[in-house]
Write a protein that binds this ligand. Structure first.
Ligand code: OAD
Length: 242
């Protein structure tokens, strides 16, 4: 591992453009269960995650959706960013062109100090009015959520999170795609790489000539496609770079 890390450090230090895609695994060491790693994070009151976190559920039972999201916000508020989140927050200071793309909605990257994060699946600490589009930033430690209704049009707000049956935010994905295409090195950290189009960013980067590096304690469907696959926890590995 040490040789691998020192070789990679050289590659990183020669790279001008760095792009990182993170998934639930980066927050595992903060105590947040991953989606596909057990811990029952994918089931709520007997309902599978895909059902309670769906566009259909927003239409049919928005209160139940908020109950589930407030439950998660209650778990997240007591969790702290870990060494991996802090390491990436430092990377943004060290590289001229650094892009952090995340599939996570937990807000831990920004609590660690990362800025300009491309949040492909939204953020659990934001609410949105579906009628007028107004966005409300909520306090991460205010549970249950506030406010509940739009000040503009009095419509009941919904979580500003991408749900099953919904498209990713177009502009955010376009920027992520462009950064993946242009970067010299692309890191894929703590994701099972099963959910598209996010996982497709790694493929775009690789086909565009970037060095692809995976950090994950387990193999994923992208492992064989990567130039370097580091088997371990993000919080143990990331602080060794730079
Ligand atoms: P998954 O739960 O599918 O995968 C988590 C990955 O993190 C697994 O590959 C684990 O091996 C790895 N992992 C666990 N602990 C780790 C650690 N300490 N360091 C590094 N890696 C670790 O989560 P995602 O890939 O993020 O979408 O799931 C993608 C999307 O699926 C989520 O954003 C969510 C879900 O449906 C939406 O909510 C729209």
């Amino acid at each position: 591992m040490e040789r691998k890390l020192s070789k990679l450090n050289k590659i990183i230090n020669m790279s001008a453009k760095i792009c990182v895609l993170t998934g639930a695994g980066i927050s595992a060491e903060s105590g947040i269960p991953t989606f596909r790693g057990g811990g029952n994070s994918a089931v709520w009151k007997g309902m599978p995650f895909e059902q309670i976190s769906s566009a259909r559920m927003v239409r049919e039972n928005l209160d139940a959706v908020w109950e589930w999201f407030d439950h998660r916000r209650g778990v997240y508020k007591d969790c702290q960013p870990n060494a991996a989140h802090f390491a990436l927050a430092e990377w943004q200071e060290k590289f001229e062109d650094f892009t952090l793309v995340t599939q996570n909605v937990d807000g831990l990257h920004s609590r660690a100090g990362s800025k300009n994060i491309i949040e492909l699946h939204g953020n659990i600490n934001r609410a949105r009015c579906e009628k007028c589009g107004r966005i409300y930033q909520m306090k991460f430690d205010e549970v249950p959520h506030q406010p509940d209704f739009c000040e503009n049009c009095e419509t009941k707000l919904r979580p500003d999170v991408v749900l099953f049956g919904e498209m990713l935010p177009v502009e955010a994905f376009q920027i992520a795609e462009q950064k993946a295409r242009e970067c010299d090195i692309f890191f894929i950290i703590g994701t099972s790489a099963l959910v598209y189009p996010a996982a497709g960013l790694a493929e775009i980067a690789k086909f565009s000539g970037a060095v692809l590096v995976e950090i994950n304690p387990e193999e994923t469907s992208l492992t064989n496609f990567c130039d370097h696959s580091l088997r371990g926890k993000a919080g143990d590995i990331l602080p060794n770079f730079l």
